[in-house]
Design a protein around this ligand. Sequence first.
Ligand SMILES: Nc1ncnc2c1ncn2[C@@H]1O[C@H](COP(=O)(O)OP(=O)(O)O)[C@@H](O)[C@H]1O
Ligand SMILES: [Mg+2]
Length: 245
Amino acid sequence: MGRIISIASGKGGTGKTTTTANLAIALGMKGQKVCAIDADLTMANLSLVMGIDDADVTIHDVLAGETDIKDAIYSTSYENVSLVPAAVDWEHVMKADPRKLPQVIGSLKNNFDFILIDCPAGLQMDAMNAMLSGEEVILVTNPEISCITDTMKVGIILRKAGLVVLGFVFNRYGRSKNDIPPEAAEEVMEVPLLAVIPEDPAVREATLEGTPVVEYKPQSPGAQAYIKLAEQIIRIAGWKARVMY
Ligand SMILES: Nc1ncnc2c1ncn2[C@@H]1O[C@H](COP(=O)(O)OP(=O)(O)O)[C@@H](O)[C@H]1O
Ligand SMILES: [Mg+2]
């Protein structure tokens, strides 16, 4: 049985897409069969970050009722990693019904070890439908207080809705001397700190190249942190998370 994990946060730009792409590839490197889904229906960019920009069939066609999800799964150049891309044009966005996301994504559960959902930020309908398609959630936040409290709110609501909150990824640490330290963030968040990802120019460079950093520069501090995150996620098996948190 696969694990369906939403990657979520309160604000945009915290690193959800970067985390989805790098975690997917790092899990794939460790022999896990992974499907990454671009569920940020209006601001889709996971496909670009993962180096696919010419998909004919997308999640939008599936949510428009025009095609089956199985036809929107693409294999990638990354070992063991498949991708469900999204369209970027407004015509497709208008036709797609986000309420179908949970059923569509749930139907893939038995086909992969991990299904990672790149969600929109916040608590609007698009975001809620994407986040609630997961059974577990990884929150992504940055070392700023408003970002931490917004993401905490998302975590509280998802837990109430029945998701298992695995914990949070503390991304872009070290960018400013005013950064909140990881231990303080963990105290505020009240969920486990899964990984600290440093601010790393290689991450941004990799994004521009269309090759996520774990593949682009595996020895960089950012890549190493994402590889550790993958190990941690494999370790926290779904059942254990359910008992512990
Ligand atoms: N650890 C990091 N170090 C440097 N840049 C980062 C890091 N994480 C993300 N970024 C950059 O921040 C920007 C926003 O990240 P993204 O993953 O698109 O956020 P979101 O999906 O949450 O909106 C991207 O340009 C990305 O390359
Ligand atoms: Mg994004």
